[in-house]
Design a protein around this ligand. Structure first.
Ligand SMILES: Cc1cc2nc3c(=O)[nH]c(=O)nc-3n(C[C@H](O)[C@H](O)[C@H](O)COP(=O)(O)OP(=O)(O)OC[C@H]3O[C@@H](n4cnc5c(N)ncnc54)[C@H](O)[C@@H]3O)c2cc1C
Length: 550
């Protein structure tokens, strides 16, 4: 009974409640899954451990009040393809994207530089400074790879995975498909060294292709070179106002369509009854009951911690135990400065670039740096990373009377490091500032307003589902990709545990803000619940289905 004086204030959310579906985790994938289902009329609760929704889409004042930083995702490479943006017409929430023309730069110690721009011809001009042959090769390849991305990799991100055999057969249908298969067979290192001759150009293209955690020497993942150079190297977007605005737009769709978001509510247990899921328990003691639970967390948390090994078929338990997290994590130095970094180099456009790689001089050095990181160390005399001045694209991030700019320098880093991150984190801050200042001489102590950093351990503390700082919730290698992500039983979102679905970054198509797992999860749950889908595939997806699947 509502209290006659204060109404329903204290019993708004009951100790026990009933839902059609519960989504665990409000990162991009959880938000997307919940938004589609809510709009389909499913009574959805989206349950989030943190105070803020968004997961990897966080924009927070971590340096000082008045200075907001994008803590994690800042480069959005699939904006042109993600169905969710058009399906919900997210522009209605004033969601806007900037796609800078100067996309990815690399600055060398001798003052030379390389720049990938949106325009192929601009990129070729930059590569010509080092090798005319490489510039021509880049132009030819990137145009062919654009077709592979537009016709195959882009749309396939939002279509359920197929077995390697089915992919091979489907791709035989077109010349573009056959070229994609040839790429798959090669390692990123082979693709780059076979097609380009200049050492700096090779280092630049390999960094851009593998920076999200591809093993440069691994075969079976070559298609990512086409995807990453085309989408990430040349077409990434910035979310105006900070990445959190993407999360906020999606959250408004969840709530606007009748869903509920329960924040500051850690799921501690997935309730099992009669061999199937029956709901979740949250840390404060409430129970949310539902026959459908959709987890966007990593496999260990979902299956071993929340469902419990005793409730899993033996082969599923074994495959979850064998899941491997990303081969490296990220260390990010966030910084507020009076002036933006001004790079001392031969191309003024570098100062406008969305991202600049600093500290890598050639291919062998890059490979040695990555080998160190994978081996659990950082050579302070030989490391590199990438930097972005977010304020250049987004003045809204600074609301301080002192003014200034926010930027970050990010580098690959091991989860476990000798000496521990408490000590190494501070030392690395100094080493990065010294390195950055060499490339951008105005990054002096006088210019700096405030510095802070997030280590791999810090990532895991904020988002425990990014175990070992795993930004993609799991490594990218052939046996953890496609229909094997996270395993053959669960890659299409449904799992052998009745009523349990999975659709976070550890599911096909994978990590980063692709919007794929959440979209596919919503599709699968809608089909299984017999709910009418109010959305239909994008035109690019329809074309892909016609060409390769029908
Ligand atoms: C430093 C860094 C930089 C990155 N940069 C980029 C980039 O530039 N571009 C890009 O595309 N991607 C980037 N990523 C990767 C990207 O952020 C992730 O791959 C993506 O956010 C995964 O989305 P998700 O929805 O699957 O999971 P997450 O975003 O991880 O969301 C999971 C959510 O679940 C919540 N949660 C965890 N445990 C529980 C629980 N028990 N109960 C309830 N809720 C729980 C978490 O708090 C979180 O909100 C970056 C990541 C990091 C860490």
């Amino acid at each position: 009974m509502p209290d006659p004086l204060i109404g329903k204030v204290f019993d708004e959310f009951p100790d026990e409640s009933e839902w059609d579906a519960i989504v665990i985790g409000s990162g991009p994938n959880g938000l997307i899954a919940a938004a589609y289902l809510a709009k389909a009329g499913v009574k959805v609760a989206l349950v989030e451990r943190r105070y803020e929704i968004g997961g990897g889409l966080a924009t927070e004042e971590i340096l000082f009040p008045g200075y907001s930083s994008n803590m994690h995702a800042v480069y959005h490479m699939m904006v042109d393809y993600m169905p969710v943006i058009q399906d919900f017409d997210l522009d209605n929430h004033a969601l806007m994207w900037t796609k800078p023309n100067a996309q990815t730069g690399m600055v060398f110690e001798d003052g030379t530089s390389l720049l990938m721009a949106r325009m192929v011809e601009d990129t070729k001009d930059s590569i010509t400074k080092f090798s005319f042959k490489d510039a021509v090769a880049f132009g030819k390849l990137i145009r062919r790879w654009r077709k592979i991305v537009d016709e195959i990799l882009g749309p396939a991100t939002y279509i359920p995975p197929m077995s390697p055999l089915d992919i091979s057969m489907a791709m035989q249908r077109t010349a573009v498909g056959q070229e994609m298969l040839e790429l798959v067979e090669q390692s990123p290192l082979e693709i780059i060294t076979n097609n380009f001759e200049n050492d700096k150009v090779r280092a630049f293209l390999l960094y851009t292709s593998c920076m999200w955690g591809l093993d440069p020497r691994e075969t079976g993942i070559g298609m990512f070179v086409a995807l990453l150079l085309q989408r990430f190297g040349m077409n990434k977007c910035y979310c105006d106002g900070g990445s959190h605005k993407f999360a906020a737009s999606l959250a408004r769709e969840v709530v606007g369509n009748g869903g509920t978001i329960v924040d500051a509510a850690e799921v501690t247990n997935i309730i099992m009854e009669g061999g199937r899921v029956a709901g979740v328990q949250i840390a404060e003691g409430r129970t949310l009951r539902s026959k459908v639970v959709i987890s966007t967390l990593d496999p260990h948390t979902t299956f071993l911690d929340l469902v419990g090994p005793e409730n899993l078929p033996a082969d599923l338990k074994e495959s979850v135990e064998g899941w491997q997290y990303d081969k490296w994590s990220f260390y990010t130095l966030h910084i507020a400065t009076k002036e933006p970094p001004k790079y001392k180099c031969d191309d003024n456009w570098i100062n406008d670039a969305f991202m600049n790689i600093v500290g890598i001089e050639g291919l062998d050095q890059l490979l040695a740096h990555w080998d160190n990181v994978i081996g659990g160390s950082i050579d302070f005399n030989n490391f590199g990373g990438h930097a972005t001045c977010e304020s250049l694209f987004d003045p809204h991030l600074v609301h301080s009377p002192y003014g200034g700019y926010v930027s970050f320098f990010q580098m690959h880093a091991p989860y476990e490091i000798e000496g521990g991150w408490d000590q190494k984190g501070k030392e690395l801050e100094e080493a990065i500032l010294t390195k950055w200042q060499k490339a951008a001489p105005n990054m002096t102590r006088e210019n700096i307003i405030k510095v802070g950093h997030e280590t791999p351990v810090g990532i895991e503390l904020r988002l425990p589902n990014m175990r070992r700082g795993a930004i993609k919730h799991g490594d990218y290698k052939p046996i953890q990709l496609g229909c094997f992500r996270p395993n053959q039983d669960c890659s299409s979102s449904a799992t052998p545990v009745e009523g349990l679905y999975v659709c976070g970054a550890s599911n096909y198509p994978g990590g980063m803000v692709l919007g794929g797992p959440g979209y596919l999860g919503a599709n699968k749950v809608a089909e299984d619940l017999g709910v009418t889908k109010w959305w239909k595939p994008t035109k690019a997806m329809e074309k892909y289905i016609r060409t390769y699947l029908e």
